[in-house]
Design a protein around this ligand. Structure first.
Ligand SMILES: C[S@@+](CC[C@H](N)C(=O)[O-])C[C@H]1O[C@@H](n2cnc3c(N)ncnc32)[C@H](O)[C@@H]1O
Length: 211
């Protein structure tokens, strides 16, 4: 099994790379198109990192629980929330390898960006997320499409070379979600060794039936 990647080491400089900032903006736009956000909604960002996606969406939400397995990422997220005067709208929770067992509430929206390929058992994660959706709640998952293994220069903690969006669509439907749809929300261009490589990022979303 691949060794776990230590995201704590990179938390402070995470936002310095324009590529990451642009990607988060693309994912957030995709979430806005797929999910009718409302200021009454509670949300959970799984694998929030420094909150790049969350800070695009939080104005249209009541509250976001930002979850990550790297403590330093959560510290940066909270510091940014303080700086932006929205500390009361964001709480953080440290997770370990899976969806935290002690989260008992349900959410109107659960979203995640670029995390699933770092998680060994994606199906178990998706099942946990689905169980934590409020009736009528939305799940929105963004990640790399299946790639040839060249996306990461360092393979540490990379359990999947992208995620098969068709598999994910079927899996969300199997979990009982409705209105499941997939689309491309961003293209990452990497210039390496005089060569340009492109990698597409999908968003798959679905909704739990209202009771
Ligand atoms: C590539 S970064 C993406 C961060 C953020 N979502 C963004 O779009 O900028 C992956 C994040 O997932 C977190 N992560 C990786 N495995 C995780 C797991 N099993 N549970 C929770 N978070 C995890 C990492 O600590 C890191 O912050």
């Amino acid at each position: 099994m691949a060794e776990k990647r230590d995201f704590n080491r990179v938390a402070i400089q995470w936002d310095d790379k324009p590529r990451r900032v642009q990607l988060a903006a693309g994912v957030a736009d995709g979430i806005r198109r797929a999910v009718p956000l409302k200021e009454t909604m509670t949300a959970l960002d799984f694998g929030c990192g420094t909150g790049l996606v969350t800070f695009h969406l939080v104005d249209s939400l009541k509250h976001v629980l930002a979850v990550d397995s790297a403590e330093k990422m959560l510290e940066v997220t909270l510091e940014k929330a303080r700086e932006n005067g929205i500390r009361q709208k964001i709480d953080t929770q440290l997770s370990h390898d899976h969806f935290p067992d002690n989260i008992t509430q349900s959410f109107d929206v659960i979203y995640s960006s670029m995390v699933m390929h770092h998680v060994p058992d994606v199906a178990a994660l998706v099942r946990s997320m689905t169980r934590h959706l409020a009736p009528g709640g939305y799940l929105a998952l963004a990640d790399l499409d299946v790639e040839d293994g060249t996306f990461h220069d360092d393979p540490t903690g990379v359990f999947h070379h992208g995620i098969d969006r068709d598999w994910l669509v079927s899996y969300l439907e199997d979990q009982g979600l409705c209105d499941v749809q997939a689309g491309t929300v961003h293209t990452i261009v990497k210039q390496r060794k005089g060569k340009e490589d492109t990698f597409t990022v999908f968003l798959v979303s679905g909704r739990r039936q209202a009771e």
